[in-house]
Design a protein around this ligand. Structure first.
Ligand code: BES
Ligand code: MN
Ligand code: MN
Length: 462
């Protein structure tokens, strides 16, 4: 355990090396590790190797764990007798960068503007994951031994559902054994208001393909004689949710727990207004399920979305056809207790009951993961409160978030550990969107908070 003096030395070393920390991130962000793109397998691999080499250069024991898909990077510092073990989880894969024309500078040409670093993966998740890597490298470079054991699992398939990690987790359980998983892959509540996240929504994604005639038809000669698959698709999709944002699939809400009044009260105290939230995303008004606040809808109510739609003529000008095919990519956000597998059956039955005549369809399930709730009455949360307050200048608030990290509930079950979600991102960081960014100061504060966290956790375990 370092004295406060030597801890101050570590903090000043972190400050003096801040340019190098940023340069490292820029290098990592240049690698287009889009996990869903089969033409980028080599790049995804290269991004994994980049972090592997970073660990090895710092003298940290690290190796690649190969899978049927993209490999995981596993690293660990030496065990410390009597001290807790934490596992840092993160991902080096990123979402596709399209639409490319909307980027001010190229998604894989990291660029700083107005104190923000712009690139695909800047906040989700290379920038956030790297804060923990840098903090541990700094601890070791300072010549001090870490006061606890830190393991890292940085994977390459989070953005495509983590199926290989889910499959391999039981086999890896001994190696990954820990008291707490630490994840920085979420956000602060608002600018100036850091947060600790104790809940995430789950997810179920599908592809619905509707088929009509054997080929596209002239809409003059055939309009009125056949069902148009694009219209059929629209009707099927609109049957899923009503005008008040309530999902119409029979049984969909059966397992949804009502929100606790205490939780609702706490969230109402949070410093965000609908007006500010709406302005930040460029809409005049917000929309969601009636009877709930924006945060309640985003964090603790299940939802339905269309993520992509395709049918008919997409090129310039008019082409009067009845398309042969129509397709949609769908996602549902789930809350804890809802079973994604059960939803697949319910959705299938719902579409069967709502299919217009004259078309056939297929429904393919893609990624599914349940929602997560973590215990927030733990020494890890206390340690994080202190570490974050010192680095970000404000005490974190406890929140839930609406996004999904598919593997987290499996960590809780298989590793039987606590879970600490410390997000350094901001809600206007444009994750999954054009012009994704990470604020440079948040990157540096994240490194400082991480370095302090190891110190604070070890202190509480003495
Ligand atoms: N980092 C996000 C998850 C997240 C987003 C947590 C916002 C908290 C707030 C993660 O990389 C992600 O995007 N997950 C996907 C999972 C899906 C592709 C299976 C998601 O939520 O859409
Ligand atoms: Mn992420
Ligand atoms: Mn993501």
């Amino acid at each position: 355990m370092p004295s406060d003096d030597s801890f101050a030395e570590l903090l000043s070393a972190i400050q003096s090396n801040s340019q190098r920390h940023l340069d490292d991130l820029v290098e990592w962000l240049r690698i287009p590790s889009v996990s869903s793109d089969s033409s980028k397998v080599g790049e995804v691999h290269r991004a994994g190797h980049w972090v592997l080499e970073k660990f090895q250069a710092a003298g940290i024991e690290a190796r690649m764990i190969e899978t049927e898909g993209h490999p995981f990077v596993f690293a660990q510092t030496p065990a410390v007798e009597g001290a807790p073990v934490v596992l840092v989880y993160g991902h080096y894969d990123v979402q596709p960068a399209e639409p490319l024309a909307d980027w001010i500078t190229g998604p894989f040409e990291p660029t700083i503007r107005d104190g923000n670093l712009y690139a695909r993966g800047a906040t989700d998740d290379k920038g956030q994951a790297l804060t923990h890597v840098q903090s541990v490298c700094e601890w070791l470079a300072s010549g001090k031994s870490l006061p606890l054991q830190i393991k890292f699992l940085i994977e390459g398939e989070e953005e495509v559902g983590s199926a290989n990690l889910e499959r391999l987790l039981p086999e890896l359980a001994d190696e990954l054994a820990c008291d707490c998983v630490v994840i920085s892959d979420s956000g602060q509540y608002a600018d100036g208001q850091p947060a600790i996240t104790y809940g995430l929504r789950g997810i179920a994604t599908y592809e619905l393909s509707v088929k009509g005639p054997s080929q596209d038809l002239h809409s003059g000669s055939f309009g009125g004689a056949v069902m148009n698959p694009a219209i059929a698709l629209c009707k099927m999709l609109s049957s899923v949710v009503d005008a008040d944002g309530v999902i119409q699939i029979p049984g969909y809400y059966d397992r949804v727990q009502p929100l606790a009044e205490t939780e609702r009260e706490q969230w109402k105290q949070l410093p965000q207004t609908d007006e500010k939230f709406a302005a930040g995303i460029g809409v005049k008004e917000l929309f969601g399920e009636k009877g709930y606040t924006t945060d309640e809808r985003r964090w603790a109510r299940p939802t339905f979305d269309i993520n992509g739609l395709t049918s008919g003529h997409q090129g310039e000008g008019v082409k009067t056809i009845i398309p042969a095919l129509a397709g949609a990519k769908l996602s549902f956000r789930l809350v804890p207790n809802q079973d994604p597998k059960e939803l697949t059956q319910q959705l299938h039955d719902h579409f069967t009951a709502n299919t217009p005549p004259g078309v056939t369809w297929t429904l393919v399930e893609d990624h599914v993961a349940p929602g997560m709730l973590a215990n927030f009455d733990t020494p890890f949360v206390e340690a994080a409160n202190v570490a974050i307050e010192a680095a970000f200048g404000a005490r974190p608030v406890l929140i839930r978030e609406g996004g999904s990290i598919p593997i987290v509930t499996r960590f809780q079950e298989v590793l039987d550990c606590d879970c600490l979600l410390l997000g350094w991102g901001l809600s206007d960081d444009n994750a999954h969107s054009p012009n994704e960014k990470f604020r440079v100061t948040d990157f540096h504060r994240g490194i400082e908070a991480s370095a302090r966290l190891w110190h604070e956790i070890a202190k509480r375990a003495q």
